[in-house]
Design a protein around this ligand. Structure first.
Ligand code: HSE
Length: 304
């Protein structure tokens, strides 16, 4: 085989109380990575505005590290087609990293298991987040709802209920270049025990909701009193967006990953257009326009 194309979905991380632990793949957007054996070095090509230096690009970093690990000396051309908007908390760098890991695995017949693919894809997050975290890449690689723990490393996947629908509002604001690093920088280093207990209870209830396929339980447990309060000042109009969405019938609302997108958890019976409109109005109250997307959980990365 000379060339492989893989596609990986967007994702939302944290789902409220599951900071750095929970991820959910979303069928809103997909990135596509083609890796071709060619030339003597590894180069990136893209029509989209992505960094083409290997170390600064999440897909480039993954391919570089995998080539080193598996002692592959041949040159590779990495073609990147971005579908996931970058910098908005939709797992953009993770989607490219996941597609790169899956494409590389197929191109060189490595037959890697999913944990290993996630570990390689996680290396790509360093390119944008400055640190490795695995919630978005796990969702992008495996699909569905994922729980990640790092010690020992393990990714647990649960198939989401079929009637879970998400409404995402992506504000049109300029985001800092190292957005994830910035939004991690505002987080407290220590938390109150009583806050930890509340978040743990909600996180556990979310997991139970996915196991029981109970959309209401999931939605009503999307409550985070540690990370969301520390970050919401970075999202103008956040409180209004959230209140409006809840009033319009959303079950739970929180920041998508490191933001600035806001995500509503709803059942398929909700009025999704109404919820989107309500979120738009919330952002409009802060003079901000947004794009809204109605989406569902996605399957994981795959070779085309
Ligand atoms: N868990 C990460 C964070 C996701 O919230 O910083 C970043 O995409």
């Amino acid at each position: 085989m000379k060339s492989v194309v893989a596609r990986a979905p967007s994702s939302t991380a944290n789902l409220g109380p599951g900071f750095d632990v929970f991820g959910l793949a979303l069928d809103a957007y997909y990135d596509e990575i083609q890796i071709t054996k060619q030339g003597n070095e590894i180069v990136i090509e893209s029509l989209d505005s992505v960094p083409i230096e290997l170390e600064k690009n999440s897909a480039g970093l993954v391919v570089k590290e995998m080539s080193k690990k598996f002692k592959i000396k041949e040159g590779l051309l990495i073609k990147i087609k971005k579908g996931v908007p970058a910098g908005f908390g939709m797992g953009s760098s993770a989607a490219s990293a996941a597609a790169a890991a899956v494409a590389f695995n197929a191109l060189f017949d490595l037959d890697l298991d999913q944990n290993t693919l996630v570990e390689f894809a996680g290396i790509g997050e360093r390119a944008s987040a400055g640190s490795i975290h695995y919630d978005n890449v796990s969702a992008s690689v495996l699909g569905g709802f994922v729980i990640v723990r790092t010690d020992p490393f393990d990714v647990i996947k649960i198939d989401p209920p079929k009637d879970l629908v998400l409404c995402v509002a992506i504000p049109k604001i300029s985001v800092p270049k190292k957005k994830t690093e910035v939004s991690r920088g505002v987080l407290p280093q220590q938390v109150k025990l009583s806050d930890y207990v509340k978040n743990l209870a909600n996180a556990s209830a979310i997991t139970a909701g996915f196991i029981k396929k109970d959309v209401e339980l999931i939605g009503h447990s999307i409550k985070d009193i540690i990370v969301e309060p520390a970050r919401k000042h970075l999202i103008p109009g956040f409180d209004k967006v959230k209140t409006n969405a809840l009033q319009a019938g959303a079950l739970g609302v929180t920041i998508s990953g490191a933001g600035p997108s806001v995500i509503s958890f709803t059942s398929k019976f909700a009025d999704h257009k109404k919820i989107c409109k309500a979120m738009e109005k919330g952002f409009a109250s802060a003079d901000i326009k947004c794009v809204t997307v109605i989406c569902r959980p996605s399957k994981g990365a795959f070779v085309l």
